[in-house]
Design a protein. Sequence first.
Lengths: 219, 219
Amino acid sequence: MWTVKVVGVSVLAVSVTVELLNWLRRRYKKRKPLNEVLFFPSEVACVEHLLSPSAPCYCALPHGVDTSFSRLLRHVLSASSSLDLCVFAFSNTDLCRAVLSLRKRGVVIRVLSDKDYIAINGSQIGPLRKAGICVRSDGGAVYMHHKFALVDGSLLISGSLNWTLTAVQANMENLIVTMEPELVRPFVQEFNRLWELSDPARTLSNGVQTELERTAGHD
Amino acid sequence: MWTVKVVGVSVLAVSVTVELLNWLRRRYKKRKPLNEVLFFPSEVACVEHLLSPSAPCYCALPHGVDTSFSRLLRHVLSASSSLDLCVFAFSNTDLCRAVLSLRKRGVVIRVLSDKDYIAINGSQIGPLRKAGICVRSDGGAVYMHHKFALVDGSLLISGSLNWTLTAVQANMENLIVTMEPELVRPFVQEFNRLWELSDPARTLSNGVQTELERTAGHD
C-alpha cells in the first residue's frame, strides 16, 4: 500500500515537472527570425495600392497580385524609424516614391550611393536630395557596388538587385530578406563605417588641415 | 514518517526528470547553422597556401593573413561533392584555379553565366570549359545578374560580388555565407530551374520543332 502511494506520487511529480518545463519552453522559446528569398525578374503588376492606398487605381496592369517586387516594396514601406540604403544604382521611380513616403512619415533615411552613378540620367538620387534626404557617396573605392537596405536597423534586404527598373523587370536577380542578427549586425556596422567614411565634413576638414599645413610650411 | 518518505521520493523523481530532460535537450539541440558576412575590398595577401598547399611560396605579398578573399576561397575549396556557380562576371584567376582544383578532386561543377560576359576579354569561362566543366548561359533575360555559389547544395555564398579581381581588391562589396536552410533551399531550386531553362538541348529541340512546324505550314 505504502509502495503504491509513493509510486503514484512520484509519477504525478514527474508528469507535473514535464508539463511545466514544456510550458516554459513554449513560453520563452526564441521565435525564428524572418528569412525570405526573392527572385527577379518580377511579374509586372500594379503597386499603387501600396504607394497610394487611399486612391483607387484603374491602370491596365493586373491588380492585387503578390510579386517579388510588391514584397520588396512592402518590406521597404514597413520601416517605422529608419531606413539605411546602400545601393550602387537607384533609378526605380516606384522605390523612390516608397522612400519619399517614408520621409513624409518621419522615418530617418540615410542613403549611400556610387559617386559616378549619382549623376547618371534617370538616377533618383536628385529627387531624394530635393526632399531633404541626406545622400553620401565615397570617392575611395572603384565602385560602391553594394545593394543593401536596412529597415529599422533589424531587417536586412541584400542581394544582386540594384534599385533600377531593368533589374526588377528584366534581369535574373536575387534578394535575401532576413532578420537573422548574425547577418544583420555586420551590415549595420559596415553601413555606419561607410557613412562616417563618406562624411563631407571629414573630407572638408582634411582639406582645411592640408591647407593649414601648407601655409605653416611657408611660414 | 510516511509523508517525509513520499516528499523525499517526489523530490528525487523531479530532480532526475529535470536532469534527464536537460541532457536530452543538449544531446538533440539543433546546431545553429553557419552565418557569416564578408566585406570587400579585401586586404591583399598571398593565397598560394590554399591553392597549392604543397608548394612553398616566396612572393612579396603578406603570408598567413586571414582576409575576406581567403575566407571566400576556403569556403569554395570546402566543396566535397558539388559546386553550383551562378555568376554574372567571372574573371578572377585565383577563383578559377580553385574551381579547377575542385574539378581535379572529382567535385561535380555546374556553371551558369551571363551570355554577353562569357565572351569578354579576361573571362575565365574559357579555361573552365577547356577543363570539361559544363557552362551554360540563358538568352532570356537582359542580364543574368546573379552572383551566388552553392557548395555541396548546403552552403550558400551570395551578395554583390562578381568573381572578378576589381570586385575583390577595389570595390565595396559584400557576401553572405550561410547554411540556413530557409535561405539555401530557394537558391538550390532557382539554380536547378535556371539550369534546365538554359539546357542547349532544350533550345535545339525547340528550334527543330519550330522548323518542323514551319515546314508543315508550307505543305
